[in-house]
Design a protein around this ligand. Structure first.
Ligand code: DC
Length: 214
């Protein structure tokens, strides 16, 4: 069985997806981490993130795999590196490249064939798994998401003001929503959950109820 959870950055979707997978005894895949891995490979190759063919070449040449919770890029553990501000800044540019998407969608479908999965991303319910049994779109207003992101950054030792974090999220949302290939949007049959005023635990309960009832 496939459960998809799509939504914007800071909506809480990855945390919710991880907890939901634990409760259901499913595997969890954070597809955003895969786009981040390609973005990191682009940085490492000193390629121009806006150069279509250069980015496509990098994407073709990389190997991306998972070892439990660790993400391996060309067999190297890059789990922490893909969270850097430099990678975050270009990830949505790299993710707009259709060759990158083609490569990663294939990988995601292969992984989805193996076991029961909770897939988190932007296009899991719309493009990658249109026939998924359960689809959710988890969102929150920009300020709520920016406050969460600001807390995460502070935890990592990075201090940023709320307006700066809001602007970064807004730009990323805009790129993810307006790109031509697989733009971020709820699938027609997805349940849209606004998490602005909900705790993570409340969201997980809501999703569990939905998955177990049907
Ligand atoms: O979820 P995240 O912030 O780690 O994702 C990083 C970038 O990857 C984000 O800007 C959008 C992109 N992405 C995507 O286009 N499709 C997905 N399924 C997952 C992420």
């Amino acid at each position: 069985m496939i459960v998809t959870i799509d939504g914007p950055a800071g909506s809480g979707k990855s945390t919710v997806a991880r907890l939901l997978a634990e409760r259901l005894n499913f595997r969890f895949l954070d597809t955003g981490a895969m786009y981040r891995a390609v973005a990191l490979a682009v940085l490492k190759a000193s390629a121009d993130e806006n150069h279509h063919t250069a980015v496509a070449e990098v994407a073709k040449g990389v190997s991306i795999s998972f070892d439990e919770d660790r993400l391996l890029l060309n067999a190297q553990d890059v789990t922490s590196e893909i969270r850097s501000p430099e990678v975050t800044a270009i990830s949505s540019i790299v993710a707009a490249n259709p060759e990158v998407r083609k490569r990663l969608v294939e990988l995601q479908r292969d992984i989805g064939k193996l076991v029961n999965m909770v897939m988190a991303g932007r296009d899991q319910g719309t493009v990658v798994f249109p026939d998924a049994e359960h689809k959710f779109f988890v969102m929150a207003d920009l300020e709520a998401r920016a406050r969460r992101r600001q807390r995460e950054l502070a935890y990592e030792g990075v201090q940023q003001t709320l307006p700066v974090v809001m602007e970064q999220l807004r730009q990323r949302d805009e790129r993810d929503e307006t790109r031509v290939h697989a733009p971020m949007k709820p699938a027609i049959n997805a349940l849209v959950v606004d998490t602005s005023n909900l705790t993570i635990a409340e969201v997980v309960e809501m999703l569990i109820d939905r998955v177990q009832v049907r």
